[in-house]
Design a protein around this ligand. Structure first.
Ligand code: KIV
Ligand code: ZN
Length: 553
């Protein structure tokens, strides 16, 4: 049995200052769990999406796009669970401008405190002619019908003009005016293919703000892809021209080159308030933790030079920079690490630290765990402290993220012990003992390296063949006694499963991460949200669009 993360970050001091009436307030619309999750390598299961959704709520996003409800039963269930679980943000589901899609989106979000239906239709001639095989008139009619239909179900309707940046401006204004009249409360102008320049985005938004007579009845939104590396710049250009919602993803994940990175947009608005003059409700101190959670869940590491959340984003290596920073931090630092939630540890923990000090550190790091989990984490901390002289915050975070990512069920296989023999002159051999319930099983195997041999031994014990899709190892901290964090992806015919393990011993870490993935694989009742599932769904949609002219009801 899997469990939802029992970790709940502090909720106090999180009073929101959002107000839709304020014209200097920009809504942050997070689509990490929809557009972001569509990207290969970022698929998440329902528990992972819920963990992420809770963290996005703590981050303070205004709108949380939880998924594409009609895409699959799994997507529907995820959207519904998130809609029921989070309270502060508006919860949106994407849907095409089709009755069956809108119905599914509505059914999935209707239990949210503040539900939103987000429907879309392409409006560029290119998409209309080749993808939808529709005329402009038909598209306009379809958009209006969809919005009217959705508005009868829900008060909060967003309409997106897919490929807006390549849509004729006159036609765009016509559609925007008509969908607002039909009941849309937000109108989104996406640069779907990441083609526009900031100047073009500025002209597009200004044009709509100036020429659409009822534009004051809706919020204009930006949704920009990063194909030419301009997603953040274009989103900011849209805001400067009057957009008051920006759609973005944590770490800029998303289709192809991704979407605008949430943390970059937000820190631009904060750091250059003098330029943009607008506020948003994001609690920036939650940014680092949110990015870390995404990386932990998906197993995709953040590039060290990634703006705001990369490991080097606040590191000053060069002597000249260090000298300047020591003289006055403002010489090279335009924002503080603390402002995005990166705190420096004053006190290190070690093997003599008691449970009280450990629990206090958990709280300081923003984790509130129940007693049972605290006990388990403390026991793991003690084992680690025997192997590693000083325990840093990053070690503790790695322990917490591993413990909360997956809880062991009765049916899970657990590691008892292993022995490997390895040499550069011959095959490696491994003898691994696992236990499940009361059943202990030992198997040996050989391979071209010790990790390969261990994984084969595990496969023999669990009697379920799988292939290894990806294997990554990374030191959690510096120095030789560092914890190694291993993430693996394995697959069977039903899908792909991720696993994670940490240990000061990389072979143990490798076995633990493999077991984490294997247990998930064996536990999967139905077909998993396998890698590539999202793109297969998109392909089916595209084929349906072509066949139906986007007109089925
Ligand atoms: O990129 C895009 O145009 C989209 C819309 C469906 C909002 O993701
Ligand atoms: Zn998109």
């Amino acid at each position: 049995m899997r469990f939802l993360a029992t970790v709940h970050h502090r909720r106090k001091n999180m009073a929101k200052k959002r107000s839709t009436a304020m014209t200097d307030y920009v809504r942050i619309f997070d689509t990490t769990l929809r557009d972001g999750e569509q990207a290969p390598g970022y698929s998440m299961n329902i528990e992972e999406k819920l963990r992420m959704a809770h963290q996005l709520e703590l981050l303070g996003v205004d709108v949380l796009e939880a998924g594409f409800a009609i895409a699959s039963p799994g997507d529907f269930e995820s959207v519904r669970s998130i809609a029921q679980a989070v309270k502060a943000p508006i919860v949106a589901s994407l849907c095409r401008a089709l009755v069956k899609d809108i119905d599914a989106a509505h059914a999935a979000v209707k239990d949210a405190v503040r539900p939103r239906i987000h429907t879309f239709l392409a409006t560029s001639d290119l998409h209309l002619q080749y993808k939808l095989k529709m005329t402009r008139e038909q598209a306009l009619q379809r958009a209006v019908e969809a919005v009217k239909y959705a508005r009868n179900l829900c008060d909060d309707i967003e309409f997106s003009l897919e490929d807006a940046s390549r849509t004729d401006h006159d036609f765009m204004c016509q559609v925007v005016e008509a969908v607002i009249k039909a009941g849309a409360t937000t109108v989104n102008l996406p640069d779907t293919v990441g083609y526009a320049t900031p100047k073009e985005i500025s002209a597009m938004v200004s044009n709509v703000m100036r020429r659409v007579p009822n534009i004051d009845k809706a919020i204009v939104s930006m949704h920009v892809h990063d194909d030419l590396g301009l997603a953040v710049a274009n989103s900011l250009a849209g805001i400067a021209a009057g957009a008051r919602q920006v759609e973005c993803c944590v770490c800029g994940i998303g289709e192809r080159a991704g979407n605008a990175a949430l943390e970059e947009v937000v820190m631009n608005l904060r750091t250059r308030h003098d330029v943009y003059g607008v506020d948003c409700g994001v609690h920036t101190e939650e940014i680092a933790r949110t990015a870390k959670l995404l990386s932990t869940i998906t197993g995709v590491k953040t590039a060290p030079n990634k703006a705001i959340v990369g490991a080097n984003a606040f590191a000053h290596e060069s002597g000249i920079h260090q000298h300047g920073v020591m003289a006055n931090v403002k010489t090279y630092e335009i924002m503080t690490p603390e402002s995005v939630g990166l705190k420096k540890t004053e006190l290190v923990l070690g093997k003599h630290s008691g449970q009280h000090a450990f629990a206090q550190r958990l709280v300081a790091l923003g984790y509130t765990v129940d007693k049972a989990l605290e006990q388990k984490l403390f026991a793991e901390f003690k084992v680690l402290a025997d192997r590693k002289k000083t325990i840093e915050d990053r070690d503790i975070m790695a322990l917490v993220e591993t413990a909360t990512g997956h809880v062991s069920g009765e049916n899970d296989w657990k590691l008892v012990n292993y022995v490997v023999s390895s040499s550069n002159k011959m095959f490696s051999t491994a003898c691994v003992t696992l236990v499940r319930g009361k059943k202990e099983v030992t198997e040996s195997a050989y391979g071209t390296g010790p990790i390969y041999a261990c994984i084969r031994a595990v496969e023999k014990i669990v009697k379920h063949p799988f292939s290894l899709q990806d294997y990554q190892i990374q030191a959690v901290t510096e120095r030789r006694d560092a914890l190694g964090e291993v993430t693996v992806k394995i697959s069977d015919p039903r899908g792909t499963f991720r696993g994670r393990g940490v240990s000061t011993d990389i072979i143990e870490g490798s076995i633990l991460s493999t077991l984490d993935a294997v247990n998930k694989m064996l536990d999967a009742k139905t077909s998993a949200l396998g890698e590539g599932a999202a793109s297969k769904v998109q392909q089916t949609f595209a084929e349906e669009d072509m066949l139906s002219g986007h007109t089925d009801k």
